[in-house]
Ligand binder design. Structure first.
Ligand code: 5CA
Length: 444
């Protein structure tokens, strides 16, 4: 992509309304544009990041055996009256009346809708187990939307729902999602810590939040320090096998969010291993048994006769929140440092003397080769001074910078800079392009 043809409205000044680094940088890097409190447009650069996050979430959901679908943003109020949550949800729910005076709402989550779909089509134990998911915009009229996309009112969530015959089977579905989440966040370069958590308006008594430790996180959390660098299970996990041992390993050490924190149990952790910190919740999993299936009569017939309300769980990932969380976890004073897996472009080409025939030709060649190889280059072909080009490239945080100027070309060389380490190397254009193809093109 040529910058001259792209839409990248970067800002030099730090926006005064932004209190944390990720919000500031998302505005400055031209990723998002605020439309109303907690409601954002995703500009092209931000939208690419959002799509990359969504795709990783999708691949790991599919790998774990969940099935993708799509439900609407608007929901009829009747469904929520059946479960009893229409009143209980309170002011966080955006209620809408259509022209026929029918009560609707902008969905904050989809337990009711999917339970109703399930009961329409699935009547027998033979249909079980099932995990269905979608990635869709949600609306929660938060009292204090803040920190940009981290606590929005409209936000993108992946939500999955599991249906099983009994608690033991439901626990297996819970474990699938639990392990899938560890892998999902790890692929994005995030170290997530699963912590016991409150269930809130979703319900049930078994729940874990997946927390990214960060000083600017909204939740106070307490955990054993060894959890902070625990390796993720890895993509070769057998999701049809027994995952209980893996889950037990990840939950054996103390880890809890403030709401369920047990100071007495925490004190049993050796003092030098006690960590009380702040964190960002990027995902949460719930098992709530028959809470919705009983109220909404989602039952299946049993093998030996009789009927059983299905056991359910739900599993959310804050897709849009993750864009902010990754920046909180990965930036420096010059700007964002994208992990390769979700970077909006993988390499920035910087032309140090626009208009110089040889330099322009070398940049054009690099751009074309990298485009064709699928290395997703962004070519700064603007007339700006080199200093301004460097500053902008650092700020938007692409993993690699390929720097091409007339002086180097005379000696047959270009410069390659890695954003994360700041390391630079001087090499021939061919060698640089070779290296970039290896680094930036996904191997699968
Ligand atoms: N139905 C369940 C699971 S599918 C549910 O709604 N869970 S949740 O309330 O925990 O939300 C799931 C994830 O969405 C959270 O872990 C968080 O990462 C994200 N999220 C929740 N509220 C917001 C918000 N206001 N802004 C951005 N992301 C949010």
């Amino acid at each position: 992509m040529r910058l001259s043809r792209y839409f990248l409205p970067t800002l030099k000044e730090t926006p005064s309304e932004a209190q944390i680094a990720s919000h500031r940088l998302m505005l400055r890097a031209g990723m998002i544009h605020q439309e109303a409190a907690g409601i954002y447009s995703w500009l092209p650069l931000g939208f690419k990041v959002l799509q990359n996050i969504e795709q990783i979430v999708r691949e790991e959901q599919n790998r774990a055996g969940a099935i993708e679908m799509l439900m609407p943003t608007l929901q009829p109020a009747e469904l929520w009256k059946e479960s009893g949550r229409y009143e209980a949800y309170g002011k966080e729910m955006l209620r809408i009346t259509d022209r026929h005076k029918r009560e609707m709402l902008y969905g904050p989550t989809n337990e009711e809708m999917l339970t109703a779909i399930f009961r329409t089509y699935c009547r027998s134990y033979k249909e079980l187990p099932k995990i269905l998911y979608h990635t869709q915009w949600k609306f929660r009229d938060e009292v204090r939307p803040r920190f940009g996309v981290m606590r929005g009112r409209e936000f993108l969530m992946k939500d999955a729902y599991s249906f099983d015959i009994d608690e033991a089977a439901a626990r297996r579905s819970y474990n699938r999602m639990f392990i899938a989440y560890l892998n999902t966040f790890s692929r994005m370069g995030l170290q997530s810590v699963p912590m016991r958590a409150e269930t809130g308006p979703i319900g049930g008594d078994l729940s874990h939040e997946f927390i990214i430790l960060a000083e600017t996180g909204e939740s106070a959390v307490y955990c054993h320090k060894d959890l902070v660098d625990m390796p993720s299970p890895g993509l070769d996990v057998d999701f049809d096998g027994d995952l209980q041992a893996l889950v037990d390993e990840s939950t054996a050490l103390y880890a809890a969010t403030e709401d369920v924190h047990d100071e007495e149990a925490f004190m049993k952790v050796p003092e030098e291993k006690r960590l009380s910190a702040r964190g960002i919740e990027v995902g949460q999993v719930f098992y709530f048994g028959t809470k919705y299936s009983e109220a909404m009569k989602a039952t299946v017939t049993l093998k030996g006769g009789g009927e059983q309300a299905v056991h359910m769980g739900s599993y959310g990932v804050g897709v849009s929140r993750i864009a902010g969380a990754v920046i909180e976890a990965s930036h420096d004073e010059d700007g964002i440092i994208w992990p390769m897996a979700i970077a909006p472009f993988k390499v920035g080409i910087i032309n140090l003397r626009q208009g110089d025939t040889d330099t322009d030709a070398a940049c054009d060649q690099a751009h074309q080769v990298l485009e064709n190889a699928g290395a997703e280059p962004l070519y700064d072909d603007s007339e700006n001074r080199a200093g301004a080009k460097f500053a902008r490239m650092d700020m938007i945080g692409l993993p690699w910078q390929l720097i091409i100027g007339p002086r180097g070309l005379k000696d047959g060389v270009v410069e390659l800079k890695e954003r994360a380490t700041g390391e630079r190397q001087t090499l021939s254009l061919d060698a640089a392009l070779n290296l970039l193809e290896k680094q930036c093109v996904r191997s699968e």
